[in-house]
Design a binder for this molecule. Structure first.
Ligand SMILES: *[C@@H]1O[C@H](CO)[C@@H](O)[C@H](O)[C@H]1NC(C)=O
Ligand SMILES: *[C@@H]1O[C@H](CO)[C@@H](O)[C@H](O)[C@H]1NC(C)=O
Length: 362
């Protein structure tokens, strides 16, 4: 923003702004731009304290408002349970128009929260859904900042609306593979009778991939140095899974209360090539604390064939077809996939073209 009170000062202000932006870019370019290898982003003690404060607020809010004892009271205004969609992004939300169609005419059944890395330029015109932009901090791969960002999203969603019962974490490269109604009904049942979901929160399952075996798992375990994870996390309890998940509220709260594993996962990696804390923290935690409460598979389809540098296959516009959508939905688990990643921005147009007749037709 350039606040210019008079037209005379504008050129100077612009020149200054340009100068400041350029210096900023030169100073921080290595961290902001994906140049070469992973960079470490430290979490300051103050950020850590702010997060702790936020998480406590969420836990307090949930315990003072939640619980089935409040249901009869809630029943008087006939609330519906909601799904909180948590967008974790470090670039513009190019698929916003597609998500908008996904959410269309489902008001009252969802909320949207966005954690955008502070360096992100978001185009507000693309997004007409009421979204909550939460206070965000820098995020980077190969650092625990992505875990913190996901936890901040969970905390904000819990504080904001007690009717959020499920929390779906997605990125700017994710797209929906089904209609909102399909996703909602699968998780919470028919909206007209979904109020009873408030009575059964303890039976809600989380959908998160949890694997005990994967290539290079041991390298990832010792990425912070030999013996660094014990005694909190023995190797045979260390898990891996996809970064994106759908958590039930009880597990979202578990994640916010957690301190023990975080103490280890927040440590910087020595081996940056094997450093993916966000792919281990959530699966390991849920596997240790409530293995039966999670599906162990994800609802977000990813294509790891020919992955490069830890990035999955990125779909481009020429690959988009109704057949692709149908193929991506196919799953060996109890639900077909709800979402998929990763898609490049040029996919928006062909995806919009098949939205109504293919993607949102279940
Ligand atoms: C996964 O990606 C590979 C290329 O990396 C591609 O050949 C294959 O068709 C993709 N699979 C699906 C199901 O899209
Ligand atoms: C389902 O399982 C079969 C057999 O193990 C496998 O070939 C196929 O790739 C799986 N499909 C998906 C979508 O995971």
């Amino acid at each position: 923003m350039v606040p210019s009170s008079s037209s005379l000062s504008s050129p100077i202000v612009y020149a200054l702004t340009l100068f400041v932006s350029l210096s900023f870019l030169l100073l921080f370019a290595p961290q902001i731009l994906p140049l070469g290898k992973h960079r470490q982003v430290p979490i300051s003690a103050q950020d850590e304290l702010d997060d702790l404060h936020l998480f406590r607020e969420a836990i307090t809010a949930a315990s003072s408002r939640g619980g089935s004892s409040k249901v009869s009271h809630l029943g008087t205004i006939n609330p519906k349970p909601k799904i909180a969609f948590l967008f974790l992004t470090n670039s513009d939300l190019v698929f916003a128009p597609l998500w908008e169609r996904f959410f269309e005419s489902n008001d009252g059944l969802f909320n949207v929260y966005i954690h955008a890395d502070p360096s992100t330029k978001l185009n507000p015109l693309q997004w007409s859904i009421k979204a909550n932009f939460i206070a965000s901090r820098r995020t980077a791969r190969a650092s625990p900042t992505l875990i913190s960002a996901a936890r901040r999203l969970l905390a904000n969603a819990i504080i904001d609306d007690p009717f959020n019962l499920y929390f779906a974490l997605v990125s700017q490269h994710c797209i929906p593979l089904h209609s909102f109604k399909y996703v909602y009904t699968s998780l919470l049942g028919n909206p007209s009778s979904a109020t009873k979901a408030f009575l059964t929160p303890r039976s809600h399952q989380s959908y998160i991939e949890i694997l005990s075996d994967a290539p290079y798992l041991h390298n990832r375990y010792v990425a912070r140095g030999d013996g660094m994870m014990v005694p909190e996390i023995p190797y045979d309890e260390f898990r891996v899974g996809s970064q994106f998940f759908v958590l039930a509220k009880r597990h979202a709260l578990l994640v916010l209360k957690e301190r023990k594993l975080w103490k280890k996962f927040k440590l910087p990696c020595l081996d940056l090539e094997s450093c993916y804390p966000e792919e281990h923290y959530f699966p390991t935690l849920l596997s240790m604390e409530d293995p039966k409460g999670s599906s162990h598979y994800t609802l977000t389809r990813v294509n790891w064939t020919d992955s490069v540098d830890g990035h999955p296959h990125t779909y481009h516009s020429l690959e988009i077809s109704p057949e692709l959508i149908h193929t991506l939905r196919e799953s060996n688990s109890s639900y077909s996939y709800f979402f998929a990643r990763k898609f490049s921005p040029d996919c928006l147009k062909p995806l919009m073209g098949i939205a109504k007749d293919v993607i949102f037709r279940d």
